[in-house]
Design a protein around this ligand. Structure first.
Ligand code: GAL
Length: 409
């Protein structure tokens, strides 16, 4: 009798003290296999707080998703949280006063002290206030190679960009495409940026992307980059896919030798059951200049004028930055954790390479941190046009590029 009475009282107390679950709609563009597995870890962590993650995945990549996100926020139909790339993509929304200030959470939880690359929090900070929670470090600076494609072609797996270019004829002989590339503009534009750092060097890349020096953009070092980019265009002839993960799948299935892509490609290799170092090889900095760029993702929280939702938004930001969530999410995403106190013992060979480079301080900013969204979009448009129109010469493309940099902000 007694136990039943105690159980009844406990149930009553629990029901009377239970806080009502708050539903938060979260928008993002993570729709590939690896990305979906990773974002599910964020959702699971938030649901575990008793609140509810309402998933708002938008297919088609960031270039499609961001205009939808921005128009909803500006149009008075905001979501509760949304992904942007880490950098300047949401700065106009913040400056318009539309985004929630997270400084109290960031300070209470010591985000800046916990950051693996403290400068990254600067990209969330405007006028001394913090407006986003960075969730990963996703470096663009990688070349992913199919070990089987090179085995099939009877040539060794390349250890750097020059060897990759030299091996291309053997791959073509074996009926394979040397370089996989999808048609979304950000893909060829991203590959150009990685090649610029490897071929022209970091200082020259910074002169153009940080200092907006059009002379350098139109000069001899970048002429070498555009020549190599023209060669890369030839090596991807026949790569008729749209999405980045379809291009990654060409490498996974040994139809292509390699892909220049950010380390989110790892999520696809993992979902396919492939093992770093055995099935695929990763060359940071194209094997030329081992470096990590602080590309990545961050979540921003539109103001909703609802105290209960605002409390839940801050709880979501806190959950995203927590050690447990950082481990679960980044292992699935293939990215490096945003905080330095996460034990990545389970990291694969490629993630360990990235962590070592990060630990050595060979870190560079991302284009998204240095260039305005408008300038980035102009560069993407030029690069995808060059990629698809072989009548445009490397010299033509470089001249147009120098003009964009001349008016870059
Ligand atoms: C990037 C994003 C990555 C990755 C990629 C492909 O912008 O930072 O997380 O998912 O898009 O969708």
């Amino acid at each position: 009798m007694k136990n039943t009475m105690v159980a009844a009282v406990a149930a009553m107390l629990l029901s009377s003290t239970a806080v009502s679950a708050v539903e938060l709609e979260v928008t993002h563009w993570w729709t590939s296999g690896g990305e979906a597995a990773a974002v599910a870890e964020l959702a699971k962590a938030f649901d575990a707080t008793g609140n509810t993650w309402v998933d708002g995945a938008i297919a088609g990549g960031g270039g499609t998703a961001r205009p939808v996100m921005i128009s909803r926020i500006l149009g008075g139909d905001p979501m509760a949280a949304t992904q942007f790339n880490h950098g300047r993509q949401a700065e106009e929304l913040v400056e318009a006063g539309l985004m929630l200030d997270l400084t109290d959470v960031a300070e209470a939880e010591g985000w800046r002290e916990a950051m693996a690359a403290p400068g990254m929090l600067d990209s969330c900070t405007i006028d001394g206030r913090v407006y986003c929670v960075p969730v990963n470090i996703h470096s663009w600076q990688w070349l992913w190679l199919s070990n089987k494609a090179y085995e099939d072609a009877g040539v060794p797996v390349p250890t750097n960009w020059d060897e990759f270019v030299a091996a291309a004829p053997a791959l073509e002989e074996a009926g394979k495409i040397p370089l996989a590339m999808g048609q979304q503009p950000w893909q060829s534009s991203g590959a150009f940026g990685v090649m610029a750092v490897a071929i022209a060097g970091l200082d020259t890349w910074l002169a153009v992307n940080r200092d907006k020096d059009a002379e350098v953009a139109g000069g001899p070092e970048y002429a070498k980059v555009f020549e190599a980019f023209g060669k890369a265009r030839e090596m991807s002839a026949g790569s008729n896919v749209q999405d980045w993960n379809q291009a990654t799948n060409m490498v996974i299935t040994a139809q292509a030798g390699g892909q220049i892509m950010g380390d989110w490609a790892q999520g696809e290799f993992q979902i396919a059951g492939q093992v770093a170092g055995e099935d695929y090889t990763c060359l940071p900095g194209l094997g030329v200049n081992e470096i990590i760029s602080t590309d990545g993702d961050a979540f921003y929280f539109p103001k909703l004028d609802d105290p209960e939702k605002e409390a839940a938004q801050k709880q979501l930001a806190s959950v995203m930055f927590s050690k447990e969530t950082q481990l679960a999410f980044n292992l699935k995403k293939g990215s490096l954790p945003i905080r330095k106190d996460v034990d990545l013992a389970a990291a694969n060979d490629c993630m360990k390479k990235g962590l070592a480079i990060l630990g050595d301080g060979n870190v560079m900013p991302s284009g998204n941190q240095l260039l305005s969204p408008d300038t980035s979009t102009q560069i993407e448009g030029l690069m995808v046009e060059f990629w698809n129109d072989t009548s445009i010469t490397p010299a033509d493309a470089q001249a147009a590029y120098a003009d964009i940099i001349a008016s870059a902000d």
